[in-house]
Design a protein around this ligand. Structure first.
Ligand SMILES: [Zn+2]
Length: 352
């Protein structure tokens, strides 16, 4: 358990990938670049997910996150074979286990074109309007600029404004995203999202690896958040976000790695020492996730209520971990079910 006296926030993750820690077979042949990693691993895993697999993945991820002292997370979800109702599956897990969470469906056209995008937007809008769970909020999501059309961006932005919410999107994670925006006639993916009015103030830009300092300044002008994910960037070999130190509001996420924020912060510090002018300052990003979460819960800029002491985690006044054990659900049963669902998932992925 951590020595922190307030909860930690994972500002960007993917609960749907939670079973990947249970012996996911390596892709054959090995991916040679970022887009191949998506195509051969994550875009197969997400298509292979059904409701039972998704629930098991989320329960394992959320339980492990609480045990690591993480009391809030901002999730970015995609399950193209079960879109409708998927956010309720995640929300029920978070509410039951006691995790504060901001959820979205990551709208994309990569499997089913504009119809797929329409279903993703509808899932977000439906969830935002219908959710009444005290620990959970919804926002709009976009997978990334390079898998959606201008028409989808514009429509999604309009709905975000109507619902008075924000948009959570991967931006410039890899050069492929930048190249795609340029082919479409834009200076880059950030400018494309802004020119199509898809980024209300407070929206969440994930990664920003290939943004310049001028582009980070443009994001600052629009009151946008960045979320840095150092373990993921290292693992995917996409580079370091060199301009991110110029961001006014930067938080820390794990991008699908387990929600152990102290481990993420340790990797951040090691990487920042190689790449940033003031590496120690980068650790403030751990704290900023609480502010990002507070904005979405509209609690007047206060950090949402959470306490972490040795062996104990309290979220929203409820003890969820006691003497190092999860008290809101049976951890051993969560683990057993996750192993069963993981085997099913690997079989279905192999058939895709
Ligand atoms: Zn991500």
């Amino acid at each position: 358990m951590t020595g922190w006296d307030t909860g930690l926030v994972n500002a960007h993750t993917h609960l749907y990938s939670g079973l990947s820690v249970l012996g996911m077979p390596a892709p054959r042949p090995q991916p040679k670049n970022f887009v191949e990693i998506l195509q051969r691993v994550w875009w197969k895993l997400d298509r292979a997910l059904d409701e039972d697999g998704l629930r098991a993945a989320a329960r394992l991820s959320v339980a492990d996150a609480l045990l690591a002292g993480t009391t809030g997370l901002i999730d970015h979800h995609e399950s193209p074979s079960c879109i409708e109702g998927s956010l309720d599956v995640l929300a029920d897990v978070c509410q039951e286990l006691g995790m504060r969470a901001v959820l979205c469906y990551g709208v994309t056209e990569r499997n089913g074109g504009r119809e797929e995008a329409r279903r993703g937007i509808e899932e977000c809008a439906r969830f935002i309007a219908s959710n009444h769970r005290p620990l959970v909020r919804g926002v709009l999501g976009i997978h990334a600029s390079f898998t959606v059309s201008d028409e989808t961006l514009f429509e999604l932005g309009e709905i975000a404004r109507d619902l008075e919410t924000v948009v959570h999107v991967h931006v410039a994670e890899d050069l492929a995203d930048v190249a795609d925006a340029r082919v479409r006639g834009y200076a880059g993916p950030l400018q494309r999202l802004l020119e199509n009015e898809a980024l209300p103030p407070g929206s969440i830009l994930v990664h920003g690896v290939h943004l310049s300092e001028d582009e980070v300044a443009l994001a600052n002008q629009h009151d946008l958040w960045f979320v840095q994910n150092p373990r993921s960037n290292l693992n995917n070999n996409v580079g370091y976000p060199l301009a991110i130190h110029a961001g006014d509001r930067v938080a820390l996420g794990t991008d699908g790695f387990p929600s152990d924020m102290l481990e993420e912060a340790a990797v951040l510090l090691t990487e920042a020492r190689k790449h940033e002018p003031d590496p120690e300052e980068s650790l403030e990003r751990m704290e900023r996730g609480g502010e990002l979460l507070a904005e979405r819960f509209a609690v007047g800029g206060r950090k949402p209520d959470a306490t972490v002491r040795v062996g104990t985690v309290i979220v929203d006044g409820r003890e969820v971990v006691h003497e190092g054990c999860l008290v809101t659900a049976d951890y051993d049963a969560i683990r057993v079910e996750a192993e069963v669902q993981a085997e099913r998932l690997w079989t279905r992925m192999a058939a895709l």
